[in-house]
Design a protein around this ligand. Structure first.
Ligand code: FES
Length: 184
C-alpha cells in the first residue's frame, strides 16, 4: 500500500531535507536487529532495485529503519551510505526512530484534502501534541503522514496500526486514539 508514493498520488511527494548521517550512530547494528537486517538482505538482495523492498521489510520487522542499519545495507548492496540514506530520507514512509506502541497515519493526498483532511491533520497534531514523524510523550502514539491509503472516496482517511478508517471527523479521530491507548 505504501510502496510507491508516486504511483498512489500520481505526484511525487515533497522531498524531505536530507539530514547528515550522525557519525556516532553509523557505528554498528547489533543483536537481533543486526540478524534481522542480514536475514532480510540475504533473502531480497538479488531482486532488481532491492533497496526499497529491503527497507520495507526492515521497517515491517523492526518497526523502523535504524540509522545504524545504513552501513549494513550499504555494504550488503554495494551502495554508498549516502545513497542508502538518501532513499530513506526521500520517502516519508520510512521512520528512523523507534515508533510508539501505535502508529496513526493521516492521509494528506489530494482527494482526502478535498474532503477535510487539512482540518483533520490540524486537529490530530493539536490533540496529540506532536507534529508528524513524532511520538507522544507517553510513547503510545506516533503520528505519520501518508499519501493515499486507497480509500479516496471515503476521506478523510486514517489508518491506526492496520485498521483503516474513512470519513474520520475530529471526534472520531479522538475515539480511535483512545481505543488504541486502551488496547495497550
Ligand atoms: S487520497 Fe486516497 S485515501 Fe486519501
Amino acid at each position: 500500500m505504501f510502496e510507491c508514493e508516486f504511483r498512489m498520488n500520481n505526484q511525487p511527494p515533497a522531498p524531505r531535507r536530507i539530514e547528515p548521517i550522525p557519525a556516532q550512530r553509523a557505528a554498528s547494528l547489533e543483536g537481533d536487529a543486526l540478524r534481522a537486517v542480514e536475514e532480510i538482505c540475504s533473502r531480497l538482495s538479488s531482486l532488481p532495485g532491492a533497496l526499497l523492498p529491503i527497507l520495507h521489510a526492515v521497517q515491517e520487522r523492526l518497526g523502523y529503519v535504524p540509522a545504524e542499519a545504513v552501513a549494513v545495507l550499504a555494504q550488503e548492496l554495494n551502495l554508498s551510505r549516502a545513497e542508502v540514506h538518501g532513499v530513506i530520507s526521500f520517502y516519508h514512509y520510512f521512520r528512523t526512530q523507534r515508533p510508539g506502541r501505535h502508529v496513526v497515519h493521516v492521509c494528506r493526498a489530494e482527494a482526502c484534502q478535498a474532503l477535510g483532511a487539512v482540518a483533520l491533520e490540524r486537529h490530530a497534531k493539536r490533540s496529540l501534541g506532536v507534529e508528524f514523524h513524532a511520538t507522544t510523550a507517553d510513547g503510545a502514539i506516533s503520528l505519520e503522514p501518508v499519501y493515499c491509503l486507497g480509500n479516496c472516496a471515503l476521506g478523510p482517511s486514517v489508518m491506526v496500526d492496520e485498521r483503516l478508517e474513512g470519513r474520520v471527523t475530529a471526534a472520531r479521530f479522538d475515539e480511535l486514539v483512545a481505543q488504541a491507548r486502551e488496547a495497550g
